[in-house]
Ligand binder design. Structure first.
Ligand code: UGY
Ligand code: MN
Length: 266
């Protein structure tokens, strides 16, 4: 028996802290030689789905429900789209627009963060095209002028992309300069180091491997603790008017009450 019923994980109305000791693995439809740890999705009231995909060599994802973002944490993963294929290593990422036929195949034992959501169309705006990138190639921008807090924005800030995924690196002792409260929700995966995360009226110790979901308006603040930097990958809905609430993968696309979650934004 491990931990005698104790865990740092915590499930609250406005947030979830999910630590690796509580992860449950199961394949999603279409996955081959791979498992998913589903961190958040419509079941939590989220407007997006985020899971960790753990692949054996040759393992493969199933089809995406909506647009898909993939960030490789370890290993080597190929994204095949038509005749083109792109090999992604740790720190590389891809955006695949909704409805784009593609395959995601690991060429060795690998792990990736996967985000999927229904694209929220906007009049006169074409959906952003497929994109492959390398986190290292993105210029870091200091958050609100703090040189100890580096933000790398992985997707272009164009209206065709209705979400943002950034990495945020906090040097030891660096902290968000304010408690944020905002309409966007977050999916956050701790990649390195650790610290203290304030979520709503709770303060949690967090470390690499932890996942956090924050509902819209969840008060949030982080400070890095320890002698090495803390880094996380963070998703937020972006570039859309608050009225255009994204449909969840399980919804039928409407704003009907049955599909309205307790954390709905509209
Ligand atoms: O982009 C953000 O909202 C980010 N600063 N939030 C966070 O780190 N919790
Ligand atoms: Mn935030």
């Amino acid at each position: 028996m491990k931990n005698l019923g104790q865990t740092r994980s915590s499930y609250q109305r406005t947030h979830l802290l999910q630590t690796p000791d509580t992860f449950v693995r199961a394949p999603l439809p279409g996955m081959k030689a791979a498992n998913a740890v589903v961190h958040t999705g419509p079941a939590l009231g989220a407007g997006f789905t985020q899971y960790s995909a753990e692949f054996e060599s040759g393992g493969e994802l199933g089809p995406a429900l909506g647009e898909r973002f993939l960030y490789v944490i370890e290993g080597a993963i190929t994204v095949r789209k038509g005749k083109k294929s792109e090999l992604l290593a740790a720190g590389d990422y891809a955006h695949v627009p909704e409805g784009t036929s593609h395959r995601v195949i690991a060429s060795e034992k690998s792990r990736a963060a996967v985000i999927e959501k229904k694209y929220v169309p906007m009049p006169e705006v074409d959906p952003g095209s497929a994109l492959f990138g390398r986190e290292n190639a993105i210029t870091a921008v200091p958050l609100l002028g703090d040189p100890d807090l580096e933000v790398r924005q992985l997707l272009p800030e164009k209206a065709g992309y209705d979400y943002a995924v950034n990495t945020m690196l906090f040097r030891p002792g660096a902290a968000l300069s304010m408690v944020e409260i905002h309409v966007m929700e977050h999916g956050l995966l701790m990649l390195e180091g650790g610290g203290i995360y304030r979520l709503d009226d709770n303060w949690y110790s967090v470390t690499a491997g932890d996942f956090i979901w924050m509902a819209p308006y969840c008060p949030q603040w982080f400070a890095a603790v320890g002698k090495r930097p803390a880094k996380y990958l963070i998703y937020k809905d972006w570039n859309r008017h608050p009225f255009s609430r994204s449909a969840t993968p399980t919804s039928r696309g409407g704003n009907d009450t049955a599909n309205r979650s307790r954390t709905a934004r509209s």
